[in-house]
Write a protein that binds this ligand. Structure first.
Ligand code: AKB
Length: 317
């Protein structure tokens, strides 16, 4: 039997590309996209879509029953910078949506769940370099606290109730199809758009702020391959560290300058600097590599070429 998949938050930065990739893999009609609002034309035209509020249990359960879903990817979330502005809203969205899906899985109505965690689970007291899978975790943001609590609940539901839930601690994700919204790593996407549009960019992080990052194609491949891995290979049931590249705004600007020599960057750090300073600079992801064979493909130079080409094509810049 083909998997019937529901993607909650399908119109966001990850959801859009995940929907396309899964539809190519298992067939358009086997992937139900859903979000609080409609997505772009391509997504809406490529298969079934439901308007869905992830915080409403009846709606989530209703869509799962209506389409006979057996796998859910819960991608709806409020990211780090926005959640600092709306702490209770961020907490409620990030936690309630997870509980709804975990409880539906516990009741046996779905068989597999993917839930995204983040490098935001780490905090200022975490070792910054090559941050291990298991280490000190004292997140200092609302988003980080919600992701850390979510990880604990995922592991709890797996151990107590046998819920097959799988998760990745995403680094900053770089993509050209859909813009990110409300994150601390968003500068690394905005910079490419501005480089092409205006030839300059003011970074809201300092020039030497190094953060773990990943090109979206790698993130989508990792997500699908974790979900396809045999259950016994998925040994971490909180969330896997995952790594590809680490860079600073200054190194990123230098890689853009190889294509656009006149590109100029300036720096005006804002409240997001403190968030970035609390996160690791690099991540040890050896568990993901050993357990289910994770390997990244994109380095900084390859990613910069794809980003510039992709933005030109998709956004006609
Ligand atoms: C954010 O910046 O909030 C996200 C993340 C690292 O989870 N991109």
């Amino acid at each position: 039997m083909a998997s019937k998949i529901l993607i909650i938050g399908a119109c966001g930065q990850i959801g859009t590309e995940l929907t396309t990739a899964l539809r190519e893999k298992v067939g358009n009609n086997n992937v139900i996209a859903s979000d609080i609002r409609e997505g772009d034309e391509e997504l809406m035209a490529s298969g079934p879509f439901e308007i869905l509020d992830a915080t409403n249990f009846e709606q989530v359960e209703g869509v799962i029953e209506k389409h006979d879903i057996n796998e859910v990817y819960l991608m709806a979330a409020m990211l780090s910078a926005t959640a600092e502005k709306f702490p209770m809203k961020g907490w409620e969205l990030n936690m309630n949506s997870l509980f709804h899906v975990l409880n539906i899985a516990k009741a046996g109505k779905i068989q597999k769940v993917f839930w995204p965690s983040s490098i935001a689970v780490f905090g200022p007291t975490t070792p910054k370099l090559d941050t291990p899978q298991q280490t000190v975790m004292e997140p200092s943001t609302v988003y980080g606290i919600s992701k850390q609590a979510g990880e604990r609940w995922c592991e709890y539901y797996y151990k107590k109730f046998g819920v097959d839930v799988r998760s990745i601690r995403y680094p900053g994700l770089i993509s050209y199809k859909t813009l990110p919204g409300g994150g601390t790593t968003d500068y690394a996407v905005e910079i490419y758009h501005e480089a092409l549009k205006t030839g300059k960019y003011t970074s809201f992080l300092k020039e030497d702020t190094e953060l773990p990052m990943m090109f979206m194609d790698d993130a989508i491949r990792a997500t699908i391959s974790l979900m396809e891995a045999p259950a016994e290979k998925v040994k971490v049931r909180s969330s896997y560290n995952l790594s590809a590249l680490n860079f600073t705004p200054k190194t990123l600007a230098a890689s853009i300058r190889k294509h656009i020599p006149e590109f100029e960057i300036s720096y005006a750090p804002d409240f997001r600097q403190e968030i970035a300073d609390s996160w690791p600079s690099s991540i040890d992801d050896s568990h993901a590599r050993e357990d289910w064979g994770w390997q990244h493909e994109y380095d900084l130079e390859k990613m910069t070429s794809e980003m510039l080409e992709g933005i030109r094509e998709v956004h006609h810049v």
